[in-house]
Design a protein around this ligand. Structure first.
Ligand code: HEC
Ligand code: HEC
Ligand code: HEC
Ligand code: HEC
Ligand code: HEC
Ligand code: HEC
Ligand code: HEC
Ligand code: HEC
Ligand code: HEC
Ligand code: HEC
Length: 328
């Protein structure tokens, strides 16, 4: 049955002006034009007919170039590996059953993921990719609470030379920078990570496959490894921890995207950074209220520039193995 439909399609396609110039039929016509589409037949009343799976061969009759290029992508595994359940009909794993579209060429009778709501497209892809472990972290969901779809960052039908996904750091940064321009710009500040030099990528710290800001960070919280992946000397555990490093994470004192302040501190002067918590003023509210530190002993004259440079004495500011007051 399917075979005869395919034969008819070949004929239809060969006769047809329907084909884009670059998508010539793969095989010469076999059937007769008379067997061509049912589209013109009067439709019997009743529920719309249900599409069936046609197989990749049928798609290739009209979409020859796409089918050929597809063979070079990793998704070709769907076509060839029986265990995936889509062998011989890989196109329809993402586009849904295509018999009606194949007979009528009606674009409304086939799913184009790029025309779906981001959430619906993402779910289509996540059917197979959810929970996959990737270099950038586990694939949990789409980007930005599903405001951005997979195909805005991945080219499923790459042209020769294009990649299904980008692994080169400068290209990843350019991709992210298209939408996050202010963040990208922060990496041009005087004190920052070497992103613009191509030595680092946004994905060294962020997982793009996670829904919200908090979860999108692969950031150091407590012993979470992101910052300490690279800054391993700060990983600890230390005999004497500096509470906020563990409890609040590195961003309690640093601006990770770059800063005009030395060492990417949140404040221009070290002392001001410290006194936000160590001043005895109960100015902090919310979660940060718990982070208020002790008032320094009286000999700290915090108006004195010597004292304001707190880390000349409290050198092991990220934690110490030997000294409770973080001096050694
Ligand atoms: C008889 C020829 C023919 C066959 C067979 C065929 N298509 Fe198409 N397809 C077309 C034409 C014509 C278009 C419209 C192209 C355009 O507008 O540029 C199209 C468009 C599409 C689109 C884009 C729809 C949109 O809304 O933008 C998708 C996706 C698609 N086809 C997938 C498939 C798949 C999958 C198969 C196999 C199951 C298949 N096609 C079989 C002729 C065919
Ligand atoms: C992994 C999922 C996936 C598979 C498998 C897949 N496609 Fe697509 N296809 C997409 C997505 C996503 C888009 C829309 C974004 C784009 O054009 O890259 C698309 C777009 C298309 C279009 C519209 C192209 C255009 O330029 O407007 C056609 C036609 C098409 N696919 C045909 C096929 C055919 C034929 C196969 C089998 C060889 C196939 N697709 C396999 C996901 C898939
Ligand atoms: C029916 C299952 C299925 C669906 C649906 C699917 N994929 Fe895939 N995808 C695969 C398989 C299988 C591979 C090959 C890599 C592997 O062995 O895991 C793959 C590979 C990839 C890769 C490359 C991974 C690598 O390691 O090279 C990307 C990126 C990708 N898919 C994105 C998508 C996007 C975007 C969509 C939705 C438009 C999608 N996939 C839909 C099964 C699927
Ligand atoms: C905001 C951009 C963005 C969005 C949206 C996005 N990805 Fe990715 N994805 C990336 C980047 C960048 C990489 C490559 C990271 C690397 O390896 O350095 C990647 C890698 C992948 C890989 C390969 C993983 C590996 O390491 O083998 C798969 C599979 C994948 N993405 C699937 C998806 C799916 C499915 C969706 C939609 C639910 C999606 N992606 C949405 C940016 C994105
Ligand atoms: C060194 C690690 C690191 C790198 C590299 C990095 N980020 Fe971030 N990013 C973070 C951390 C940590 C936060 C949370 C900041 C906070 O809580 O104050 C964050 C927050 C964000 C936010 C939400 C808050 C905001 O500032 O808008 C976005 C969006 C973002 N990053 C995008 C990016 C993009 C795009 C890149 C690449 C150009 C990038 N990040 C590179 C660590 C990093
Ligand atoms: C197509 C546009 C687009 C691209 C490309 C893109 N993003 Fe986003 N991203 C968004 C939108 C929209 C949001 C949600 C709004 C917001 O918070 O800025 C978002 C949110 C985020 C957030 C969470 C911010 C928060 O506080 O909730 C992070 C982190 C992030 N993106 C990182 C990245 C990284 C890393 C890349 C590159 C791999 C990237 N984005 C590429 C559009 C994009
Ligand atoms: C309580 C505030 C605070 C927290 C939290 C904090 N830092 Fe720092 N960090 C500093 C100060 C202050 C300096 C500057 C030290 C100086 O004056 O030399 C600094 C300097 C650095 C430097 C520069 C190299 C050096 O040792 O001088 C790196 C790298 C660094 N911090 C990484 C991190 C990482 C990674 C985390 C999270 C695990 C973190 N910091 C958490 C206050 C903090
Ligand atoms: C992929 C590796 C990597 C990751 C992840 C990383 N860093 Fe860095 N960090 C570096 C490198 C490399 C430098 C040195 C930059 C230079 O000297 O040009 C640096 C420098 C710094 C400095 C000192 C800047 C200065 O002016 O001396 C601070 C502070 C810092 N990082 C904090 C962080 C924080 C906080 C995080 C997590 C949000 C983090 N880093 C994650 C690689 C990394
Ligand atoms: C985000 C809030 C915060 C910031 C910023 C901060 N601290 Fe702390 N610090 C704490 C908390 C909380 C403790 C533990 C409670 C206490 O003070 O006993 C602590 C403890 C200490 C201790 C004593 C260690 C102990 O356990 O008795 C010293 C010394 C110290 N901080 C110095 C500094 C210096 C110097 C800076 C600036 C580089 C700084 N702190 C920045 C919150 C902070
Ligand atoms: C000249 C060196 C020096 C400078 C500069 C300095 N401190 Fe101290 N700090 C000390 C000494 C010494 C102690 C007492 C340690 C002890 O009791 O064992 C101390 C104790 C502390 C303690 C209490 C630690 C504890 O064990 O309870 C805090 C908090 C503290 N300093 C914060 C700061 C802050 C914030 C700054 C910058 C505004 C700063 N210090 C600058 C030398 C210094």
């Amino acid at each position: 049955m399917r075979a005869s439909v395919i034969a008819a399609l070949h004929a239809f396609a060969a006769a047809g002006s329907l084909l884009a110039a670059q998508e010539k039929p793969a095989v010469p016509a076999k059937g007769t034009p008379a067997a061509a589409p049912a589209a013109a037949d009067p439709k019997p009343p009743g529920p719309p007919p249900k599409a069936e799976y046609m197989g990749t061969e049928a798609c290739g009759i009209c979409h020859e170039a796409l089918v050929k290029d597809f063979k070079r992508t990793r998704h070709q595994a769907l076509e060839t590996e029986k265990k995936r359940g889509w062998d011989g009909k890989s196109c329809e794993a993402c586009h849904g059953p295509g018999s009606i579209h194949s007979e009528t060429t009606d674009t409304a009778a086939i799913v184009n993921p790029a025309k779906l709501q981001a959430l619906d497209e993402n779910n289509r892809c996540l059917k197979c990719h959810v929970n996959q472990t990737a270099r950038v972290g586990r694939i949990v969901s789409g980007h930005a609470k599903d405001q951005v779809s997979c195909s805005q960052c991945h080219t499923v039908h790459p042209k020769p030379g294009q990649l299904l996904f980008e692994r080169r750091k400068p290209q990843i940064n350019a991709l992210c920078g298209q939408c996050h321009q202010t963040v990208r710009a922060a990496f041009e500040r005087p004190h920052t990570h070497p992103l613009s030099q191509g030595a680092m990528a946004c994905t060294d710290c962020h997982n793009p496959h996670n829904p919200t800001g908090y979860a999108a960070r692969r950031e150091a919280f407590g012993s979470e490894p992101v910052c300490t992946n690279c800054h391993s000397n700060l990983r600890g555990p230390f005999t004497f921890e500096h509470a906020p490093v563990r409890l609040e994470g590195c961003t309690a004192c640093h601006t990770p995207h770059g800063s005009v302040n030395p060492k990417m501190l949140t404040r221009h002067q070290v002392g001001t950074t410290c006194l936000e918590c160590h001043s005895g003023l109960a100015a902090l509210t919310g979660a940060r209220a718990n982070a208020v530190g002790a008032v320094p002993p009286a000999f700290h004259d915090t108006r004195s520039p010597r004292i304001q440079a707190c880390t000349t004495c409290h050198r092991k500011i990220h934690g110490s193995y030997v000294d409770r007051s973080l001096q050694r």
